[in-house]
Design a protein around this ligand. Sequence first.
Ligand code: NDP
Length: 480
Amino acid sequence: MQKIQNFINGKLVAPVSGSYIDNYNPAEGKVYSLIPDSDEQDVKNAVDAAKSAFPIWSKMPVDERSKILQKIADLIDENLDRLAMAESVDNGKPVALAKAVDIPRSSSNMRFFATAILHFSSEAHKMDNVAINYTNREPIGVAGCISPWNLPLYLFTWKIAPALAAGNCVVAKPSEITPMTAYLFSELCINAGLPKGVLNIIHGLGAKAGQAIIEHQDIPLISFTGGTATGKHIAATAAPMFKKLSLELGGKNPNIIFADCDFDQALKTSVLSSFSNQGQICLCGSRILVERSIYTKFVDAFVAKVKALKIGDPLDGLTKIGAIVSEDHMKKILSYIELAKKEGGQIITGGKQVQMEERCTNGYFIEPTVITGLGHDCRINQEEIFGPVVTIMPFDKQEEAIEYANGTAYGLSTTVWTENLKRAHNIANELKSGIVWINCWMVRDLRTPFGGMKQSGVGREGGNEALRFFTETKNVCIKL
Ligand code: NDP
């Protein structure tokens, strides 16, 4: 069986302990590879390698750094089919989605930050006849980057690209549930000529390998994407060590549909925003709020479209709904569907595990599920489910929609559907949400700030926000 290896000091190496963990193919429900069960010692070796590489990488002319990172982007493009297939097998997502979104976006992340660093500049502040101040933004050292399983290579590169472009060395840990594309990525880094020790990838359990990263005294900054509970734990560990922290956490995103919307667009996009990647995208809209005058029309049309989604083998190019990432996660989603019934919800389509055939007989599949009849403050409408489950609720007034939208502990993204420009501006102003999409969803410009309010995170990544996070700011004041 294939053994994934750690990537330390430019080499693919076994974990020091020699122990491995099972890695599952969720569409088949069976183990198909093994991943290192790394511990503190592996993390120490990775940090030592990164520290040794830092003086060379941080002082390398920026256009040379840029060329190496662009070469990695080119190699991702050249390996599109192989990486998309690996992502689909490891995660359960439709291979067509991985090919159209995950892998192209991974190379865009690398290319975007490889070139953004060439244009990165800082400010000068002149005090008339007194002094001039200029601001330096310098690489910090060894960055710890920890990423989740839902968009494995996409979110892995979203962190390491700005970290490396800014001149830091990196110790990164992908989720133990989806390690394969990060492993293949380490091979691409070797082929691109990335100097040894600049990027080190440690595989293993969050509570062991991840914990060793966040506790390591020579890692002064942590960029983390994952669940809110894990983010809280990371903050509690890292803050007393005065580490710089960027936390991209969970969400319970509302999707507000006014009667004056472009109905067909709102409908089509709402199906995507509810069920893409089996609803396992932090930006998926899981609470659909519909103005009462079009509520019944919307619910009927939405359910008809959802029933037409093809649930199937992720490797079938026509599949729209693939496998849930793991058995544990499937059980968690199914338990929320049971809770919805207890809370008085009506399951108007879906609601059950799907028994597939042939290769996927033992896989983890759930029908796309639509629930109505719940109040906005029940647990189903307050807690992140992170699966193919949405609720639909009516509202009468704009103020009510805003109150429901803002009425959770989260604040990651909101989508609003209206043709009324004034309303769009006003509502965008009122929403407590890091991202507001008007008449669209998942339209991403990599220059824009990305992140959440409240329990959806701390700090922003993307564009210059990411380059600022991954650099230390120093003001130099010269007397005139
Ligand atoms: P988790 O919080 O469970 O895990 C995220 C990462 O943290 C994994 O690599 C995990 O490792 C690691 N980890 C777990 N415990 C520790 C620890 N003690 N110290 C250091 N690292 C640790 O999240 P999921 O992987 O389940 O991802 C889903 C969550 O991510 C959802 O809540 C989703 O909303 C959120 N998310 C947020 C995004 C955003 O931009 N705001 C984007 C995408 C997802 P391991 O898996 O090996 O345990």
